[in-house]
Ligand binder design. Structure first.
Ligand SMILES: [Zn+2]
Length: 425
C-alpha cells in the first residue's frame, strides 16, 4: 500500500480550460516511436484523450496548433538538491540574512519550469526549505515544479553531518535509524534517503566502506517500506552498493563503480532497482561548468585538488557504469545532482553513450517509476496528469533542445500553460 505523497497533496489548482493540442509529433515516453499527426485533449488537469490531428476539436476546448513540434511528457529530475544557493558576497558586504536563501530557492524553482522540468525529487536540502517552498507553491505564491523531498538525509554519525549541517539527520543503532525514518515522514517526506557510504564532495569521507552496519541499514529499509515509502541510497563504493541492493533499496544514487561488479548490475536488473547516474555532479566537482565533452576542456575546480581529481576519475567510472547498466537491462533514471541541469544531464548521458530515446525515457517514464509516481506521471496516456512539454526541435536528433529555453515552446503543469515561448512572461 503506497503512502500519500505530500508532493501530490500540495498540487496547485489544475487548469480550468480544456486544451486540444493538435498537429503534434508525439513522444509519449512509453518506448514506441514518435507518433506523427497526433492530438491530445487535456481537461481538468489530466490527459483525457489521445487522438489524431484530423479529429475535430472537442467542444469547448481551445485549439493549440503545435505545427508539428514534438509533444512529450514534462521532464523529471530524479536527483536535485533545491539548494537556494546564495551567491558569495564580496568582503565587506553585508553577510546574507537567514531568509535570503528562500528567495533564491524560489528563483531556482521558477527556472525549472522554463526548462521544461515539471517534477523534481529533492535528495537533500537545508532544514524545511523544500517543504516551505512547496507550501508557497500550493497556495499560489509562485509556480514551480512538483517537488518531492526526502526531508533530511539519514546518515550514521559522520563528517558529512558537520559539512552539510541541517541537511543531515545523524542516527546510530537500528532503533535510532527507525526513529529517524519516522521523523522524516513526520516532516513531510515523500521518500527516505540514506547514506550507505561517504560523499565524494567532502575531503574527510571515502567512498568505502559501508558507512553503517547491516542492522542499521535493514532498519531504515524495513521501516520505510513498512510505511509504504521508497528508499533512495547514496551509494558510491561497492560495499555500500552491494548492501543497498541486497536490502532492497529502490534507487541507487551515483553507484559509479558498479561496472566492476556485473553480478550487482544483474541483481539490480532482476530486482527492478533503478540507477541514477548523476553525471553532472562529477562535472561540477571537476570544475567543468557547462561542458559536454570533457576531453581537452579547461577545468576550473573550486574544490581541493584531491577531490577535483577524484571527480574526473568518477566521471569516467560513472559513465562506464551507465553504459554497463544499460547493457545489463538496469532501469536508468535521469538525475543531475546539480541545479537546473536536467537538459545538460541529458546531453551528457547521450555524449557518454546512452541512446537518445533511452535518455528521454530516463527523464520521463523511468524517473516517474523511480519516484513511485508511474501511475500519475512520466508518459502521455489517458488519465495521467497533464504535465507536458512542447519543444521546437526533435530531441531524438538534437538532445540540446532540452537545455535551451529559447526552443521550449510550451510547458503545461496540470493543464496550465506555465512557461515557454507561447506563454507571455
Ligand atoms: Zn546529490
Amino acid at each position: 500500500m503506497p503512502h500519500r505523497f505530500p508532493a501530490l497533496i500540495a498540487a496547485p489548482a489544475a487548469g480550468q480550460q480544456s486544451l486540444w493540442l493538435t498537429n503534434a509529433r508525439l513522444f509519449d515516453g512509453t518506448g514506441g516511436p514518435i507518433r506523427e499527426d497526433a492530438a491530445v485533449l487535456v481537461d481538468g488537469g489530466c490527459i483525457r484523450r489521445i487522438g489524431d490531428a484530423g479529429d475535430p476539436c472537442p467542444e469547448g476546448a481551445r485549439i493549440i496548433d503545435l505545427a508539428r513540434r514534438v509533444l512529450m511528457p514534462g521532464l523529471i529530475d530524479a536527483h536535485t538538491h533545491a539548494s537556494g544557493e546564495v551567491p558569495a558576497v564580496a568582503k565587506g558586504a553585508e553577510a546574507p540574512l537567514p531568509g535570503t536563501a528562500a528567495h533564491f530557492l524560489q528563483a531556482e524553482l521558477r527556472g525549472y519550469l522554463r526548462l521544461g522540468v515539471t517534477t523534481i525529487r529533492v535528495c537533500g536540502s537545508q532544514g524545511l526549505m523544500p517543504q516551505e517552498a512547496r507550501q508557497a507553491m500550493r497556495y499560489g505564491a509562485f509556480r514551480g515544479p512538483r517537488l518531492l523531498t526526502c526531508a533530511k538525509i539519514i546518515s550514521a554519525t559522520a563528517p558529512g553531518g558537520r559539512f552539510y549541517g541541517d541537511m543531515y539527520r545523524e542516527a546510530d543503532g537500528p532503533d535510532d535509524m527507525r526513529r529517524a525514518v519516522r521523523e522524516q515522514v513526520r516532516a513531510g517526506a515523500d521518500f527516505i534517503k540514506v547514506m550507505t557510504t561517504g560523499a565524494r564532495s567532502n575531503e574527510l569521507e571515502d567512498p568505502e566502506p559501508l558507512q553503517l552496519t547491516d542492522g542499521e541499514l535493514a532498519a531504515v529499509v524495513e521501516e520505510a517500506h513498512r510505511l509504504g515509502y521508497r528508499v533512495c541510497a547514496h551509494a558510491e563504493g561497492l560495499d555500500g552498493c552491494e548492501a543497498a541492493i541486497r536490502h532492497g533499496v529502490d534507487t541507487i544514487e551515483h553507484g559509479m563503480y558498479l561496472h566492476h561488479r556485473p553480478d550487482l548490475l544483474a541483481a539490480m536488473a532482476a530486482g527492478g532497482q533503478v540507477l541514477v547516474p548523476t553525471l553532472s555532479g562529477y562535472y561540477w566537482m571537476a570544475g567543468l561548468g557547462e561542458v559536454i565533452d570533457p576531453a581537452g576542456a579547461q577545468a576550473r575546480p573550486d574544490m581541493p585538488p584531491m577531490l577535483a581529481e577524484l571527480a574526473v576519475h568518477n566521471l569516467m567510472e560513472g559513465a562506464g557504469t551507465m553504459r554497463a547498466a544499460s547493457q545489463a537491462g538496469v532501469r536508468i533514471a535521469l538525475g543531475s545532482d546539480t541545479n537546473l541541469a536536467a537538459g545538460l544531464e541529458a546531453q551528457r548521458m547521450v555524449h557518454h553513450g546512452l541512446d537518445p530515446a533511452e535518455t528521454l525515457i530516463a527523464a520521463t517514464r523511468t524517473a516517474a517509476e523511480a519516484l513511485g509516481l508511474a501511475d500519475e506521471l512520466g508518459t502521455i496516456a489517458e488519465g495521467k496528469l497533464a504535465d507536458l512539454l512542447v519543444v521546437d526541435d526533435d530531441p531524438l536528433t538534437d538532445i540540446g533542445v532540452l537545455a535551451d529555453p529559447a526552443r521550449i515552446h510550451l510547458v503545461l503543469q496540470l493543464g496550465v500553460p506555465v512557461a515557454g515561448a507561447l506563454v507571455p512572461p
